[in-house]
Design a protein around this ligand. Sequence first.
Ligand SMILES: *[C@@H]1O[C@H](CO)[C@@H](O)[C@H](O)[C@H]1NC(C)=O
Ligand SMILES: *[C@@H]1O[C@H](CO)[C@@H](O)[C@H](O)[C@H]1NC(C)=O
Length: 388
Amino acid sequence: MPEASRYTHKKDDGICSSVCGEPTSKAVMAMSRLKCALRGFDIRALLALFIGVPLVMLIIYKHGQKVTYFLRPIWESPPEPFKIIPHYYNENVTMENLCKLHGWKVRETPRRVFDAVLFSNELDILELRWNELSPYVSEFVLLESNSTFTGVIKPLFFKENRHRFRFAESRLTYGTYGGRFMKGENPFVEESYQRVALDQLLRIARIEDDDILIMSDVDEIPSGHTINLLRWCDDTPKIVHLQLRNYLYSFEFFLDDKSWRASIHRYVSGKTRYAHFRQTDVLLADSGWHCSFCFRHISDFVFKMQAYSHVDRIRFKYFLNHERIQDVICRGADLFDMLPEEHTFQEIIAKLGPIPSTFSAVHLPSYLLQNFDRYRYLLPGNCRRESG
Ligand SMILES: *[C@@H]1O[C@H](CO)[C@@H](O)[C@H](O)[C@H]1NC(C)=O
Ligand SMILES: *[C@@H]1O[C@H](CO)[C@@H](O)[C@H](O)[C@H]1NC(C)=O
């Protein structure tokens, strides 16, 4: 294109100078000079007006979010770094030694463990989670609502599929919460109402002081041995965040190990509140998996994209197109066509583009590998989803 436009410019100059070169009266010369000037101006100005301006506006319209995200390191400084606790584990090491390795003492009996979640529609991931944690959990606590955080009515998916979780039935405290269905409200408000309801459900489940409480989204799965360590050792931190391995769509796309929102609390009545933000500076390394958007059906992706607290990220209707979503999943690209959410230019640039595939399926939840036939879509090399 630059070649072509340079050519038209040259040709244009040529025509102009040949016309303008002819000696005539002063008035005519002035007129034709003006004409020539206008003619030269015309083409460039018209090009700019009718192609350039709409093009720039289209780019800003489509990628405005990218521009602000790219500039994020300027307007937002990174959070204080965590104090990371090294995490020691091998299945053949005694609990006494594991506790000692962390500078803790082993207890005579383990603490009770409560796993509390706000459930939306992640049935498969919930099954992986509860099976991973089952040997260590005293009480499963699950709250679901007939409203998404964005105020859209939803079925009680857990209630309809409760038969899949018979193994947990005797240890289950289940509660429902009636949505408030406030249109146009910030989704974080509905979310916080549901978290308060979960606090009440925990009391109904008879949680007591010093019991272990896991606060995490369903798709933030602590590894079983991590929970076992924290229930068997004394002197563990009163609150500790878990560093989880971040995966997207399946265990094929390993993004980074920066997931930190999940936290483990030694319960204090009247003080402990169910939350999903940063509550302390300590982070236990390598403590499990965070599998975002790890769904079986394309329709589950569409549901989640609309139910999600960041629903404003659906800037265009075609983002919800099924073929597009399937293509994005197989490429390890971003569903919302956004830039990586990072705080330094170096990290943004390092993470630009799709996530490369990983070929390691070592140290994944055991229930997943034991039941690989049912969960193939979560394993490397199986990105095609069931439609419907
Ligand atoms: C685990 O420990 C047992 C007993 O100490 C030992 O016999 C066995 O070889 C160990 N296994 C591995 C895989 O290290
Ligand atoms: C949501 O659930 C609440 C409590 O069960 C119920 O009163 C309400 O009618 C439900 N809302 C809708 C729209 O179904």
